[in-house]
Design a protein around this ligand. Structure first.
Ligand SMILES: [Zn+2]
Length: 193
């Protein structure tokens, strides 16, 4: 299975994903599909289910660290109906996306986030996140609103996977400010040229 790309179906990816209502008989199967995708795509750090054709508020995160180290599968974060309660600080990094190859964009993201979500059983959780995982979370939560990294950037480049691997080494994740209030600007939907 491959991720849906903007070249194939931008309209689908631009829609807002739907809230998961418990009990949801398809959910466990869909989580397994996400995990399987994560297992078979090493380059994939995280994924929103809409990227593989399931427009639900469902996200999987495989890494928390800026060295892009993949966690053991039992530690992967599964976030259902995630909502940002607060966000602070600023970081920036070059982002890529399974759905938006070959684009990479320099994007500012929060450094700290408090997120409310439900786990696989539907139990509500509130968790504090800090560091690179906030970049990943913020990117994935944007997918649930049909927003891509290019929409949040005024520096977007195009490169292939090999070039991107080199680029990533030279352009690591960077903390700009840890203590400012972070506020997103509203996004004009529509792919920037
Ligand atoms: Zn993405």
């Amino acid at each position: 299975m491959e991720a849906i790309t903007i070249a194939e179906n931008e309209k689908f990816l631009r829609q807002k994903s739907k809230k998961v209502l418990f009990p949801d008989n398809d959910l466990q199967k869909e989580i397994e599909i996400l995990k399987e995708f994560g297992r078979t795509h090493e380059i994939c750090l995280a994924l929103a289910s809409i990227q593989i054709g399931i427009p639900k508020n469902l996200v999987i995160i495989k890494t928390k660290t800026s060295d892009l180290k993949i966690m053991a599968e039992k530690d992967w974060l599964i976030l259902i109906n995630p909502q940002i309660l607060s966000q602070k600080g600023k970081t920036s990094s070059w982002e890529a996306c399974m759905s938006c190859l070959p684009h990479v964009s320099l994007v500012e993201r929060p450094y700290q986030m408090d997120i409310k979500y439900q786990n696989e059983k539907g139990e509500e959780k509130i968790e504090h996140f800090e560091g690179f995982v906030c970049t990943v979370l913020s990117h994935e939560l944007d997918h649930l609103d049909g927003i891509f990294h290019m929409d949040r950037s005024n520096q977007t480049l195009q490169m292939n996977l090999e070039e991107r691997a080199l680029w990533r080494k030279e352009h690591p994740y960077k903390v700009i400010s840890k203590d400012c209030e972070f506020e997103y600007k509203p996004i004009e939907k529509g792919l920037q040229k």
